[in-house]
Design a protein around this ligand. Structure first.
Ligand SMILES: [Mn+2]
Length: 438
């Protein structure tokens, strides 16, 4: 496998020139320090342990999906930026660049069949050098593969024909096998299965076939793996989806066993669904497996995290923080799942990760003991005020401090721009290099 040396790579571990990053941070440091000290003083007076909060923010790692590094598109067009990663190696290098900048993206989530490694060891070594681990692996039964004799046009794990189901089960087992080689610990299953017309299939039959197919896949899971079952109310099918909502996902996960959990993709809800309530209940049942972060105005819009409904994101994180403290829900998988149509995908990902960290930092500031008291007294005004006191705090100095202490940039997007990384990638890979897996 070719080891390409980009101008970004020094021979050691990171993809960024450490000296340049140091100079960049030194210029930003006085202003940051003053903001951080000012906020720290105020929060300490309120009884908050600043060191603990900064450490918690720093420890949160959000996986980057391999398909998000190239420009997305709509049904009508695609307007790429150039310099896209066209191989698994290049995708890992791009995640390495993001992680070097924000110290918060130390994981990549692969999509099979696009990201099948030719040489597991070389891929693992590369990831290791860049401090990247392999997050959940994703199967794909929503489109046909060129070499396959079976078609997923009318479904995969729920298909009426057992030969198609068998092929879909085989594919999922193969994805697990690739993941085992790389050190991944979870399989995410999202099914496009469903119908666009009433009468097209029998609801109970389709559910039962899906359950039985998942049982076979579940049996193939190593004992330290999780199965993450994603749900979606509509699209690509518009009359019914086989797994339309968290209730159906949870029903399947419950029947399968302890290793099966529900995955919440923020865009996979009907408008105005109370997602934070879903999060709370799934954690109460120890069945929340992970997250796909994005944002939306109408449907599965796949917009930048926190760009449309930042308060909702904060409320979700409040339930996550409470859930982690009060339940024995298994450790969660965190991943971005968005489509970057207009912005440079790398900048968009940096923005998304920052939004997640801001929401998390705000949720860590909530006075949960005070909230319990307000709830016990039915003091609605106090309850709302406690949440909004945290939400209205500008926590960016805390997030910056957590990144800086781990060796990242005090302003990741500004650093990305000043190091001219997109143009370096275009010079190296070309204006028309196209990422796979979109
Ligand atoms: Mn998703």
């Amino acid at each position: 496998m070719e080891e390409c040396q980009t101008p970004l790579l020094d021979k050691h571990k990171t993809m960024l020139d450490k000296k340049k990053l140091k100079t960049f941070n030194e210029e930003q440091l006085p202003r940051h320090k003053s903001n951080f000290d000012h906020l720290g003083e105020r929060l300490t007076q309120n009884g908050l342990d600043i060191e603990a909060v900064v450490n918690q923010i720093g420890a949160l790692q959000i996986a980057i999906p391999s398909w998000a590094l190239g420009t997305g598109g709509t049904r009508f067009g695609r307007f790429p930026h150039g310099g896209e990663p066209s191989s698994l190696e290049e995708k890992i290098k791009d995640v390495g660049t993001l992680h070097a900048l924000n110290q918060s993206s130390g994981a990549i989530s692969l999509h099979i069949p696009w990201d099948i490694p030719e040489d597991y060891k070389a891929i693992k070594d590369l990831a290791n050098r860049l401090d990247i681990v392999f997050d959940a692996v994703n199967s794909n039964t929503f489109q046909d593969q060129p070499e396959s004799e079976q078609s997923y046009k009318f479904g995969s794990l729920s298909h009426i024909d057992s030969a198609v189901r068998k092929e879909a089960i085989r594919h999922n087992k193969e994805v697990i096998d690739h993941g085992i080689e790389l050190g991944s610990k979870a399989l995410t299953v999202w099914l496009a299965d469903g119908t666009s017309f009433a009468g097209q299939h029998d609801f109970r039959g389709a559910f039962q076939r899906t359950l039985e197919s998942l049982e076979e896949i579940y049996e193939h899971l190593p004992s330290d793996w999780k199965l993450l079952i994603e749900y979606k109310p509509y699209e690509p099918n518009f009359y019914s989806m086989v797994i339309p909502d968290w209730g159906t996902s949870h029903l399947l996960a419950s029947k399968l066993g302890d290793q099966a959990t529900t995955l919440v993709d923020l865009g996979h809800h009907l408008p105005n669904t109370n997602i934070e309530q879903i999060v709370a209940l799934l954690m109460h049942l120890n069945k929340l497996g992970g997250f796909h972060f994005n944002d939306s105005k109408y449907g599965d819009d796949d917009l930048t995290v926190g760009s449309i409904k930042p308060y909702q994101l904060f409320l979700i994180f409040c339930e996550l923080v409470k859930g982690v403290r009060e339940t024995v829900n298994p450790e969660l998988s965190w991943m971005i799942d968005a489509s970057h149509n207009f912005k440079d995908p790398m900048e968009d990902l940096l923005q998304s990760v920052e939004s997640i960290k801001i929401a998390y930092a705000r949720a860590l500031l909530v006075n949960y003991d005070g909230l319990k008291v307000a709830q016990s007294q039915n003091d609605v005004v106090a309850a709302q005020s406690i949440l909004q006191e945290a939400y209205r705090t500008d926590v960016r100095p805390l997030v910056k401090e957590s990144v800086y202490r781990r060796g990242g940039a005090l302003d990741a997007i500004e650093a990305y721009r000043s190091f001219d990384i997109r143009n370096q990638l275009i010079r190296k890979r070309g204006k028309h290099s196209k990422s796979t897996g979109l």
